[in-house]
Design a protein around this ligand. Structure first.
Ligand code: H2U
Ligand code: ZN
Length: 350
């Protein structure tokens, strides 16, 4: 089968789902398009921003005059740590009507005091501080007895529903393991039992040999467009040594990870000469007190843009009713991202 010409489906071994690929519909959608750079000139400090140092947030909390990173409990937390009173389960109509209590906590993490920066425009050293904050939070929150899963993520850009351009991410941590990570953990576990090696470690070895879906690599980490990518420019960051969490990283690995995050961010921004929107999430071992040799730490980036700074992919119609579909292949997306410069377009314009 010629995967560049024929409609086909690709299997995602992590999620166990399939994605439809229709490569005959678009070859090189970016050919001949020259984008005007989109530059949002934000102030370094915005007195109306609830994340900037010294400002007041909802509920009257005042942010400290922080110099690097800053963490606070989400003022509108979706999960609460208190033990619920009464029953923790509802089960009626023979199991058709079910509910379970959901305990957890939500935090907001500021990546920088600078309102106008993004990870793509921060230095490797500054991003390392962010990675260390993620690691500390994973350990501190994960050590609580009622927390079995710590989901760290970043929502970037108004298109993704992000409320504020100030560089920040969130943590939602909880007692129950959420659905998507649970599925990925089960599939990695089944693979490990069958093969005696880690799924994502074996997958990365394959991709480093093939090269065509690799976007960037350094000594310790690689960025690739997964074979089964669903979003047009979806990527993953994978470690070259199998580790199951941020906590297992050496200082060298931390620096390499920060550099991978920085370069990927720059390439994304350069793609359509805009501050590229995405949802990024870190998948790592659950904090359930067990060893997880079957798991591999990985980052997912799900960006919505398809063809320009404003044309996004919609997951509607067939995709909502049946299954995910894409036109441009993972290989073409990877080639496009790979060839983009590793210097930010805003620095090249200067
Ligand atoms: P987004 O960047 O994805 O919009 O999320 C920002 C979070 O910040 C959101 O979960 C919280 C919101 O509840 N928030 C506060 O905790 N305090 C505020 O003063 C405003 C927003
Ligand atoms: Zn701000």
């Amino acid at each position: 089968m010629n995967l560049n010409e024929n409609p086909h489906r690709r299997y995602n071994p992590l999620s166990g789902e399939w994605v439809k690929v229709s490569p005959h519909r678009t070859k090189r959608p970016w050919d001949g398009q020259v984008e005007d750079p989109v530059i949002d000139d934000l102030p370094a400090h915005d007195s109306g921003c609830y994340l900037c140092p010294g400002n007041t947030r909802a509920g009257g909390h005042k942010n400290p005059d922080y110099k690097e990173t800053f963490i606070f409990d989400n003022d509108f937390a979706a999960l609460l740590p208190e033990q619920l009173k009464g029953d923790t389960e509802v089960n009626k109509a023979g199991g058709l009507v079910r509910a379970s209590a959901d305990r957890g906590l939500c935090r907001v993490l500021c990546f920088s005091p600078r309102h106008d920066l993004t990870l793509a425009r921060m230095s490797c050293e500054e991003i390392q501080t962010v990675v260390k904050m993620w690691t500390d939070q994973y350990e501190e929150i994960g050590s609580k007895d009622f927390i079995n899963h710590v989901q760290i993520f970043e929502n970037r850009g108004a298109m993704m529903g992000c409320s504020n351009p100030h560089p920040h991410g969130q943590i939602w941590a909880e007692e129950a393991i959420p659905d998507l990570p649970a599925r990925e953990i089960n599939n990695q576990k089944a693979y490990f039992v069958k093969k005696g090696s880690q799924m994502l470690s074996d997958y990365l070895t394959f991709e480093l040999g093939e090269k065509e879906r690799i976007v960037y690599q350094n000594d310790h980490f690689a960025v690739l467009v997964p074979f089964w990518a669903l979003w047009p420019f979806e990527t993953m960051i994978l470690p070259k040594r199998n580790i199951s969490s941020l906590s297992e990283m050496t200082d060298h690995e931390c620096a390499s990870l920060a550099e991978a995050i920085r370069i990927l961010g720059i390439k994304y921004d350069n793609l359509f000469s805009t501050s590229f929107p995405y949802s990024m999430g870190i998948h790592q071992a659950p904090t359930d007190g067990e060893e997880h040799p079957e798991l591999t730490l990985h980052f997912h980036y799900f960006p919505p843009l398809l063809r320009s700074a404003t044309v996004k992919k919609f997951m509607v119609g067939y995709e909502l009713m049946a299954m995910a579909q894409r036109d441009i292949t993972s290989e073409l997306s990877a080639a496009r991202l790979r060839e983009l410069p590793e210097v930010h377009f805003r620095d090249r314009l200067k």
